[in-house]
Design a protein around this ligand. Structure first.
Ligand code: SIN
Length: 520
């Protein structure tokens, strides 16, 4: 396999976490691998809600931290929650300085949206539901202007090179299917997103199918809280794949959830009704769907025609589906949205392997526990991008001043994941590891994953996906309780002691291998 050596820190992924970390690493030279043209393709650009930060003078980081801990259902690392919420304000000011056009009040303050389980309106937004797109626009412009960052567009990482417990580089491929080659680097930072796209019903872009978590796990990194997958209650149920999101901020504006009988079904379930924690609303939506009661989100009374201008992404998705939300309620379903679990990282953002840092949704820092508080995802990515950059600087010492730019050779075609196998994998995950789980379904899903993997054991891209799917199911099987987003119908109550989980791929594979093979 061709081999290139670089002095640059390799950043895998070009979403908010990767871009912000690359800026924080400057002037240290960075080589960024972006599967798509910069600013397209990942989850960050799709984020509708915004960034949670206590910007209102009456609000406080302490209150934000308490809400984060409460939503996380007993497994949030309180020190991490306090640190992240303390830093939030500084990062909003930094993004503003970088050119993000946050919505402002006439008095010059930040317009703040209310989202579920927040005790304050504290989500900083852009043009209603455009926060992800606009923050990314500002960061992409800053990266394009940063001479320390070389971006390789159309390039994906397929695996990590290791020597003992140390990561020495990445195997890379062209996103269009040509390659592979090995890139040796002093440090690798994974910032390639979560795993929502492993499920058949998801709000995540097609690029995001657990590949980054899987490649770290295949190299031996410890994964934490893999079973905690968040399902968003209000994906628009219109047959599109991925399902477009109807942001929670709509419920913050007063939108109501009703079923085809006209019942406002959240009222008897939680005192905060539509603004109950996300896991509770997601399970209620799922139950309504399963019962054939066709849940809808009704924004007519609270927003009327304002939804068309104030939530343009939602309005555009509705238009594609032939829905006029000013006149009709929006059909909704619970869809895989965010992975609280991921590669376990320490206080410096480092994984259990040397020279490997992980940031954003691919990491599990302890902030989210079993149920992420809305709009804490982008915030965590910002804070840990800074922390990873500082950790890498501390570990590597002075930055090289003469790092060369990389030129990729022309390379031969390599294996793409077979779309039919990916579709089977996604179906298996939604069927057996979705909103409601039990031991029999999880075991069956593990055997289906094994069969899918066995069909193409030579395809690294598929192996990364099946590794993450295996980790989710094995961890969900081991957690014999219900907590936050992890709901086991055969163990419906939380255990007395709340604990985070840690697992290696080797342990998860041992569980999978102990089951009867799939025969269908
Ligand atoms: C939303 O806008 O509802 C999603 C925000 C988030 O997932 O944090």
């Amino acid at each position: 396999m061709p081999h290139i050596v670089t002095d640059r820190v390799v950043v895998v992924g070009a979403g908010l976490a990767g871009l912000y970390a690359a800026l924080k690493l400057a002037p240290r030279p960075v080589l960024m691998l972006s599967p798509d043209p910069l600013g397209q393709g990942g989850s960050s650009v799709w984020a509708q809600g915004g960034v949670a930060a206590a910007m209102d003078p009456a609000d406080s980081a302490g209150s934000h931290a308490s809400d984060t801990v409460r939503a996380g259902a007993g497994t949030v690392d309180q020190a991490v929650a306090r640190m992240v919420t303390d830093e939030a304000r500084a990062h909003i000011l930094d993004l503003t300085r970088l050119g993000t056009p946050f919505d402002r009040t006439t008095g010059g303050g930040y317009v703040l949206s209310r989202e579920a389980a927040h005790s304050f309106a504290r989500v900083v937004r852009v043009n209603g539901d455009q926060a992800g797109a606009e923050i990314m626009r500002a960061l992409v412009a800053a990266i394009r202007a940063a001479s320390s960052v070389q971006v390789l567009e159309g390039v994906v990482a397929t695996g990590l090179q290791t020597m003992g417990n140390r990561v020495t580089g990445v195997r890379i491929a062209r996103a269009d299917g040509s390659v592979p080659l090995t890139l040796s680097a002093p440090a690798v930072m994974l910032a390639g997103g979560g795993s929502g796209g492993l499920f058949a019903l998801t709000t995540n872009p097609p690029r995001i199918r657990g590949q980054v978590i899987g490649m770290a796990a295949r190299a031996g990194a410890v994964v934490a809280d893999a079973e905690f997958v968040q399902f968003h209650p209000t994906a628009i149920d219109c047959g599109e794949d991925p399902a477009p999101l109807a942001t929670e901020a709509l419920r913050g504006e007063g939108a109501r959830l009703v079923n085809r009988l006209g019942e406002r079904f959240m009222l008897p379930l939680h005192p905060d009704a539509e603004l109950a924690p996300r896991d509770i609303v997601a399970r209620a939506i799922y139950a309504q769907t399963q019962a054939g009661l066709r849940p809808v989100l009704d924004t007519r009374a609270c927003l009327g025609a304002r939804i068309l201008t104030e939530f343009p992404a939602v309005a555009a998705a509705c238009a594609r589906a032939g829905i006029d939300p000013a006149r009709q309620p929006i059909p909704v379903a619970a869809a895989a949205h965010y992975h609280m679990g991921g590669v376990a990282t320490d206080a410096s953002g480092r994984a259990s392997l040397e020279c490997l840092w992980v940031c954003g949704e691919a990491a599990s820092t302890g902030l989210h526990g079993a149920n992420r508080l809305a709009s804490n995802g982008l915030l965590e990515a910002l804070v840990f991008a800074r922390i990873c950059a500082a950790g890498i600087d501390a570990a590597l010492g002075p930055a090289p001043t003469d790092a060369h730019r990389i030129t990729l050779p022309r390379l031969a075609a390599a294996a793409e994941a077979d779309p039919a196998l990916v579709a089977q994998l996604r179906r298996a995950m939604t069927d057996g590891a979705g909103v409601v789980r039990d031991a029999a379904g999880l075991r069956h899903t593990l055997t289906r994953i094994a069969a899918i993997e066995a069909a193409r054991p030579d395809c690294e891209n598929l192996l990364n996906m099946t590794a993450t799917a295996t980790l989710i199911c094995a961890s969900a099987l081991l957690r014999e309780e219900s907590r936050g987003a992890h709901y086991r119908i055969d163990h419906p109550h939380p255990a007395q002691i709340a604990r985070r989980s840690r697992i290696t791929l080797e342990d998860a594979m041992a569980i999978r291998d102990s089951l009867q093979p799939e025969t269908t």
